[in-house]
Design a protein around this ligand. Structure first.
Ligand code: ADP
Length: 665
């Protein structure tokens, strides 16, 4: 069964809105506390005595430090009434007038007084001078402050010396003390402290003897203190005036006592600390000031002064002088808890902070350096190990390689030996070929000539008149001339082949002589003319003047001329072949052999000096143009053997030009 959703009423919405807005306000209130301008607090410190008194100074410092630590904006005014020197009632009146002018219109938040005179003055004039500001007193001896209606809106700290506290502190440091000699004068404060005698005697009855050194002159006191027995100690209360009426300052008296007394001196006031007393439960000006300031802060924060109980002895502290403790061999462990120790040797980390920091930094730095060095030593050792491994690996590798090389060397030696054998074999073959091939060829050519001569002489005359025989006879002679030509060609081939082989194998014998190039040209001229039997191609030889002298094998140079001019004749059907001999700028012999022949295609002109290379001949090539392809190769090797150069240039169907140079002597 479906339930009907209840409808939201207007009332519900208003309630929800109210709740939400309330929540929002609360959030705003708590999340961002309102910033109210804090009023500057004004506090007057009214001291009974002069600033130069250690006690007053300590109180003032304690108050100032505490107030400013709590609120640095606090405005603090300090007055020193100096009532130890000035006791005239007129003086008090003048002071009151002065303060009225200074503070009469000022709203003070608190008046902190030190010592009795100040609090009494403040109580008397508070309405007219200080607008009834709350009073916080400290350092007050007289517990009998006025209890009338004036004593309202006031609290503070009494200065209550704690003799028992000091005696107990002495006993905790030195359990052997049997007697305390209590130095005290006849002043009002001395008398009031002595009034506590009965309670003290009862407190230490049977345990410790208390001897009161009161009513003595300074001399008597010194004498007494200079001869105190062992296991005794002094409690110095106060001795500002002696029996003879002599007065002494705090420091003066203690200095004199300390000079004569061999036993430890304890005290009741902190201004003696550091001037010769071991310490004790000391009434401290500074803590009086601190506590007074703390009370003032509480009051300024809204607490009712009358609801704060007056403090009695809480401002006293166990305080000791380390240098005096050390003098008597006392140790810090025996001090009462929460003792304050002055002149204690500061821990080394405090006294030598910077030196220590430098040492720490140095140690850290050196540690880092050591770590880095260790790491580098380790890395170096690893590297050395790796290097050693690498070396041994390389040594092994070198040994392997050496073995391999030795093997290869042996193989090469064998191969060299075999090559030499082959070379020898080749030489033997060349010799055999040159001898065994040329000898029968010479015989063939010789017998061909003999047969032709005999045939011509004896048989041809018989054929005269018989046409058929004459024809046969002519053919026989033609065949004989073919055999002769082929034989000669074969001889040339064999000669070329042998020459090339000898040059390449280094077996060629070079019969070098000093040759005059002009003479050489003149010698070769008739031979070259032999290549041009008919008048279709003419040979023109131009021998320049003053041709150089060269050192070469005359026959080999002839061979070069024959090859080049022979080729020119071979590949020139008509026109001219010229031989021009000249001298280069360097003084070398230069010979250019040009023809007007078929020419050489440009793509192969550089290949014609290769062994066995011949430009593809066409069908119409004559028998005579067929060569071995070795002539130019031999010529190139001869020229280069003498340090010269040979090259060709050519234009197809126009002619070719071959140039060679040979260095002069
Ligand atoms: P071959 O005995 O065949 O002449 P060569 O080494 O002397 O051998 O010449 C190589 C080739 O160079 C020849 O076959 C020819 O084709 C070409 N040749 C050499 N001289 C000439 C020339 N003067 N004119 C045209 N072609 C030439």
């Amino acid at each position: 069964m479906l339930r009907k959703k209840p409808r939201r009423t207007l009332l519900h919405s208003i309630k929800a809105f109210g709740f939400l807005s309330g929540l929002l306000w609360l959030m705003v209130l708590f999340s961002a506390p309102p910033v109210f301008a804090q009023p500057i607090r004004q506090v007057l410190i009214l001291n009974s005595y002069n600033y130069s008194a250690q006690w007053t100074y300590s109180i003032t410092r304690g108050v100032e430090e505490t107030l400013l630590a709590h609120d640095p904006s606090t405005k603090i005014m300090v007055e020193f009434m100096d009532t130890k020197k000035h006791v005239d009632p007129e003086y008090y009146k003048i002071l009151a007038d002065q303060f009225r002018i200074k503070y009469g219109r000022m709203k003070l938040d608190a008046v902190i007084t030190s010592d009795d005179n100040a609090v009494n003055f403040a109580l008397k004039y508070r309405t007219s001078l200080f607008h009834d500001a709350p009073i916080i007193f400290c350092g007050v001896n007289n517990h009998n402050l006025p209890t009338d209606t004036l004593f309202t809106n006031i609290t503070g700290i009494f200065e209550a010396p704690d003799i028992a506290g000091s005696l107990n502190a002495a006993l905790s440091l030195d359990q052997k003390i049997e007697t305390f000699y209590i130095v005290i004068d006849e002043t009002t404060s001395g008398k009031s402290i002595r009034a506590d005698e009965e309670r003290l005697v009862n407190l230490y009855k049977g345990r410790i003897g208390l001897v009161w050194l009161q009513g003595l002159s300074m001399g008597e006191l010194e004498e007494k203190l200079s001869s105190l027995p062992e296991q005794s100690a002094v409690l110095f209360v106060t001795f500002n005036r002696d029996r003879l009426g002599q007065t002494f300052t705090f420091h003066e008296i203690l200095k004199r006592i300390h000079a004569v007394c061999q036993r430890p001196i304890y005290g009741l006031f902190d201004f003696y600390l550091g001037n010769g007393i071991v310490g004790g439960m000391l009434t401290s000006g500074k803590y009086q000031g601190i506590m007074a300031a703390e009370l003032a802060i509480r009051i300024m924060n809204g607490e009712n002064p009358d609801s704060i109980p007056v403090v009695l002895q809480k401002a006293n502290r166990y305080m000791f002088d380390f240098s005096e403790m050390r003098r008597f061999g006392y140790i810090q462990e025996n001090l009462p808890p929460e003792s304050i120790v002055i002149n204690a040797p500061r821990p080394i980390y405090e006294t030598n902070k910077y030196e220590l920091m430098i040492v720490v930094v140095l140690i850290v730095f050196l540690s880092v350096v050591i770590v880095i060095l260790l790491a580098s030593i380790r890395a170096r050792k690893n590297a050395e190990i790796e290097l050693e491994q690498l070396n041994s690996y390389q040594e092994t590798l070198i040994e392997q390689r050496t073995e391999e090389l030795t093997e290869r060397s042996k193989e090469l030696e064998i191969a060299n030996y075999e090559l030499k054998q082959l070379g020898d074999l080749k030489t033997a073959v060349l010799n055999t070929v040159s001898h065994d091939l040329r000898t029968p060829l010479t015989s063939v050519l010789g017998f061909c000539k003999i047969i032709d001569r005999d045939f011509k002489r004896f048989f041809l005359p018989l054929c005269e008149g018989v046409d058929e025989l004459e024809g046969k006879g002519g053919r026989i002679r033609k065949n004989l001339s073919i055999i002769e030509e082929e034989g000669e060609r074969l001889t040339r081939l064999i000669n070329d082949f042998l020459d090339l082989s000898k040059i390449e194998s280094g077996h060629m014998v070079w019969n070098n002589t000093l040759i005059d190039a002009t003479e050489l040209l003149k010698q070769v001229e008739p031979v070259l003319h032999g290549y041009f039997p008919d008048s279709r191609v003419s040979l023109n030889i131009d021998i320049g003047h003053g041709l150089p002298r060269i050192v070469a094998d005359r026959d080999r140079l002839f061979q070069v001329f024959n090859n080049l001019v022979g080729n020119a004749a071979k590949f020139t059907e008509e026109g001219m072949v010229s031989v021009v001999a000249d001298t280069t700028e360097e003084g070398w012999l230069k010979v250019v052999i040009s023809d007007t022949g078929v020419g050489i295609p440009p793509d192969v002109v550089n290949r014609i000096f290769e062994k066995f290379y011949q430009v593809c001949q066409d069908e119409s090539a004559t028998e005579i143009s067929r060569g071995s392809g070795m002539g130019l190769a031999i010529s190139k090797r001869i020229i280069e053997h003498y340090g010269g150069q040979i090259f060709a240039s050519s234009t197809v169907d126009k002619g070719s030009s071959f140039t060679f140079t040979i260095p002069s002597t």
